[in-house]
Design a protein around this ligand. Structure first.
Ligand code: ADP
Ligand code: MG
Ligand code: MG
Length: 889
């Protein structure tokens, strides 16, 4: 295969092969934009290297050939002593992993070529600065030396001279620093810093390959669900220099605000600086708009390039650029990350501008983003004690205790504390702490800083660059401009939407998007902003496009009503177990303890009117829409007192000689009902078969409630659902009884009652014999929570806390199968059951009522296998509506 592509040979669609950075450098080159020439080594070469530990055969020759061509084009050789070509060796995977992998700049410098560079540029300071940067970056990333050692050496030098900025170091200082750095390399590795330019390049390429598997990169991929086997491409790019003086500099820019979606010029610029200086927060950057004053010509060119890029990519782009002595160079672009709110606003604006269709727009916003917009926010009317303000890097409202290092963030959050991680700036080593924190606050760095970029990616609240706050990590405290002090453990609130930081806990209120879904905010009113209008527009499109219905899981009239407001087209799962708790416990105890038919019938008769009332309220709230009622599912012991508590009570009573006949009988019942594996025990349909009259009482309650509603002019549409069926025989028995009860009730009330009776598919056997079960079932509802448990053979309550983190870490699965449906295993059962069920009974109604019904990826799968509806919690209903629409579009 061909392993090396010149920039001009690629294009933006080759991300798999060239990585995102390489593909877009190629695209920009072919658009005629000023990109420094170079070439890209493919991800395929990286995969070979990672698998075999060696470069693939032929790669070296190909690199040499492309390098020679580059040298010819530039008219100088790599590291040529009197006039060196210098290059950067840059990582760049298919998916952007900001700051996770390595890049080395200024490859080609050594003791000879540094002099050539000085002579050619007429700037000795610049040449030595570039050289020391090379040794520093190369030492850290290629040779694995602790970066602190270099930083310390710089600090010592500055302190000795009594200066604070690296700009105050002159050429001689930097030449001395180069010697110090070389000493560090010798001491740390036992070898000299490699001076052969081609060897430098080769070693850097290998280091970039290896950085794919650096721990922080592995962690980031897991977080972002990026597959681990892709590998990174390597870009060799001829150097341009932003550190040649004040007429040079480096910057980053966005074509729109990635936090809000607002159109305008956003970015940061730093004069006389190279590469990472902008994002590292070493010196304070200026807003991009300042560039208009500093260098109007480059500014104008940059704006026109940004416009060109946005029209070409038809989306928000982010950009890295460098100005070398008044000449603008483009070093990177990509379709930029953005917050959820920005995603909706930008997609909406692009439709208005005619750049994309409404269908494309809906394809670009996700259910996960919509879910983020539904988070609560700070109450603007509440009393708030403002400590200071930074930049609104990633929206949301976070309240927690201030902590000043990642270790404490992790430790405290494990013990259940909400924490806000406060750092001067973050780096990839802080990743775990950032994951653990509710929010992130930094005092340095702009919207493109590490903290900002990573937090946005995680959907986590972040305020960055709050310079008014002096964050003192050594002493674990933070001092506001007015002198007030926040110690470790003090509660603060940060608003990622406005950038404000408050002392204490600020109360939160519902988001306008939720108010819109609840019907409290009219999208056409003046109060509704662009975000609500965009959500409304996209929801309308999705609702029209989707084939699947969306129902909600709701057990009470209140939840049912709320679900309906959120757009639910029925209830897919109405659980009845909670109806047996509280005051009714004693009635259930009576039922369980009944010795005679008479006692049992009395207990059931007492439960009947209460059950009937429950259903009346729900049918009323859902009038005209289907309500799937699941008959009692959990094991009976769940309704009895705790065994230890009860044993103690009995023992105490016995010792005191007090009356304890009742408790004793209860205790015997608890022992009788005790099971080693309740999940696999006497529950679901098995209860209905073993406890006479239980299910018929429930069916009677449903039928009577429905008859009553009909008499009042309502349109109740109950569907009776039998849980945990494993074989058609179980269902047939319950079904015959249920049909009988419905007929009786119907005759008594003078109405026709003929409600569908169906089953849950939540055991592998049920899925595998779905063809038989469909003979008796009028509908299937996939209970994917139980189906996942029974397919994998693990109990959710136990395994999530015990070994799931280990499994996720080891990559056994990328995401918990309880969160996102395991398509290969559980999904296969769903597919089989759907096909064979419909083969028996064409038009068999199919739905899903597990939590997967509100998970975006799973919704797409359910659409694809032809289910009629998904059912999820009321709050997820809009998410499922949007995703069902996206799946069908
Ligand atoms: P990352 O992927 O982490 O952003 P990059 O490969 O983009 O890393 O490089 C790190 C920094 O160095 C960026 O600021 C980039 O613009 C700069 N840089 C990379 N290559 C060159 C080059 N050839 N000339 C000048 N600056 C460069
Ligand atoms: Mg970059
Ligand atoms: Mg179940």
């Amino acid at each position: 295969p061909k392993y090396v592509y010149e920039f001009a040979e690629g294009n933006k669609d080759l991300k798999d092969l060239l990585g995102g950075k390489g593909a877009n450098l190629a695209e920009m080159t072919n658009l005629g934009l000023p990109v420094p020439p170079g070439f890209t080594i493919t991800t395929e070469a990286c995969r070979h290297y990672l698998e075999h530990g060696t470069m693939p055969p032929g790669l070296d020759a190909e690199i040499e050939e492309k390098l020679a061509a580059l040298e010819a084009k530039m008219g100088k050789r790599l590291g040529q002593p009197d006039d060196p070509l210098l290059v950067s060796v840059r990582s760049g995977a298919k998916f952007s992993m900001p700051g996770m992998m390595e890049t080395v700049l200024n490859i080609g410098l050594n003791d000879d070529s540094v002099k050539g560079l000085a002579a050619q540029s007429g700037n000795e300071r610049f040449a030595w600065d570039s050289y020391r940067r090379l040794i520093q970056m190369f030492g850290k990333t290629v040779l694995g030396i602790d970066g602190e050692l270099f930083e310390e050496a710089i600090d010592v030098l500055k302190a000795g001279k009594g200066v604070t900025s690296d700009l105050d170091l002159n050429a001689d200082d930097l030449a001395g620093l180069v010697e110090t750095f070389k000493d560090i390399v010798r001491e740390e590795t036992g070898a000299e810093f490699p001076t052969d330019p081609r060897e430098q390049m080769r070693l850097a390429i290998e280091a970039v390959f290896q950085s794919w598997n650096a721990p922080r990169a592995v962690l980031y991929r897991r977080q972002e669900r990026i597959p681990g086997g892709l590998g990174t491409a390597v870009n060799i790019c001829s150097m341009v220099f932003g550190n040649l003086g004040m007429d040079s500099g480096t910057g980053v820019a966005f074509t729109r605000d990635p936090a809000t979606g607002q159109q305008g010029v956003y970015g940061d610029y730093l004069q006389n600086a190279q590469g990472e200086d902008v994002v590292a927060g070493i010196r304070n950057t200026v807003p991009l708009s300042e560039l208009e004053r500093i260098d109007p010509k480059s500014y104008a060119e940059l704006l026109s390039i940004m416009e060109k890029l946005e029209t070409h990519y038809r989306d928000l782009c982010d950009i890295e650029f460098t100005i070398e002595r008044g000449k603008l160079w483009m070093l990177q672009t990509r379709v930029g990350k953005r917050t959820a709110a920005a995603a909706f606003r930008i997609a909406n604006q692009l439709v208005d501008q005619g750049l994309i269709t409404l269908e494309e727009a809906v394809g670009r916003v996700t259910g996960d983003q919509l879910a983020q917009l539904m988070f609560p926010r700070f109450d603007e009317k509440a009393e708030r004690d403002r400590l200071g303000r930074g930049m609104n890097a990633s929206p949301g409202a976070a309240v927690g205790r201030a902590v000043f290092d990642s270790y404490t963030a992790i430790k405290w959050s494990r013990s259940g504390e909400a924490v806000i991680l406060c750092r001067r700036e973050t780096n990839p080593d802080d990743l775990e702490g950032m994951i653990a924190a509710r929010g992130i606050l930094t005092s340095r760095g702009g919207k493109t800083s590490h903290a900002a970029v990573v937090a946005r990616g995680m959907g986590k609240t972040c305020v960055c660059g709050a310079e008014e706050l002096d964050i003192d990590t050594k002493n674990r405290r933070m001092v506001a401009a007015d002198g007030r002090v926040v110690e470790e453990g003090d509660v603060i609130s940060i608003d990622g939407t406005t950038g404000e930081v408050f002392l204490g806990e600020v109360p939160v209120v519902a988001s306008p998007v939720v108010r819109y879904f609840e019907g409290e905010l009219d999208p056409d009113s003046a109060e509704a902003d662009e975000l609500v209008r965009a959500v409304h527009r996209f929801m309308q499109y999705a609702d029209a496009a989707r084939r699947m219905d969306v129902r909600a899981n709701a057990d009470t009239p209140e939840d049912a009503a709320r679900a309906r407001r959120m757009g639910a087209q029925g209830i897919g799962l109405c659980r009845t177990e909670h109806m047996f708790l509280g005051d009714r416990r004693t009635l259930v105890e009576r039922l369980i303890l009944a010795d005679t038919d008479k006692e049992r019938e009395e207990a059931l008769a007492a439960l009947l009117p209460l059950q009937r009332e429950d259903f009346t309220g729900i049918f009323e709230a859902m009038d005209g829409l289907p309500v799937t009622v699941r008959l009692l599912d959990p094991p009976l012991h769940e309704f009895l007192p705790d065994i230890t508590e009860l044993s103690v009570r009995v023992a105490v009573a016995e010792a005191r000689g007090e009356e304890h006949e009742g408790d004793l009988r209860l205790l015997q019942a608890v022992h009788r009902l005790h099971e080693q594996n309740p999940m696999l025990g006497l529950r679901g349909v098995r209860l209905g078969l073993v406890v006479p009259g239980l299910f018929t009482m429930q069916v009677r309650a449903i039928a009577e409630a429905a008859a009553e509603r009909i008499r009042q002019g309502g349109r109740p549409r109950p569907e009776i659902m039998i849980p945990l069926v494993g074989t058609v025989q179980e269902l047939e028995i319950i079904r015959d009884e249920a049909v009988q009860v419905m007929r009786e009730v119907g005759e008594a009330h003078g109405v026709e009652l003929d409600f569908p009776i169906g089953t849950m598919i939540e055991l592998p056997r049920a899925a595998l014999t779905a063809g038989q079960i469909a003979e008796s079932a009028e509908f299937f509802s996939f209970g994917t929570n139980d189906l996942t448990q029974t397919t994998w053979g693990f109990s959710r309550d136990d395994v999530e806390a015990s070994f799931f983190s280990n499994y996720l870490e080891k990559g056994v699965f990328g995401v918990s199968p309880f969160e996102s449906l395991d398509v290969d295993g559980v999904g296969r059962l769903v597919r089989i059951a759907a096909e064979e069920g419909r083969a028996t009974r064409p038009g068999l109604k199919l739905g899903v009522c597990g939590e997967h019904g509100g998970d975006p990826a799973s919704v797409h799968f359910f659409h694809e296998v032809g289910l009629d509806y998904v059912s999820c919690s009321p709050f997820r209903v809009p998410v499922a509506r949007l995703e069902a629409g996206r799946a069908a579009a």
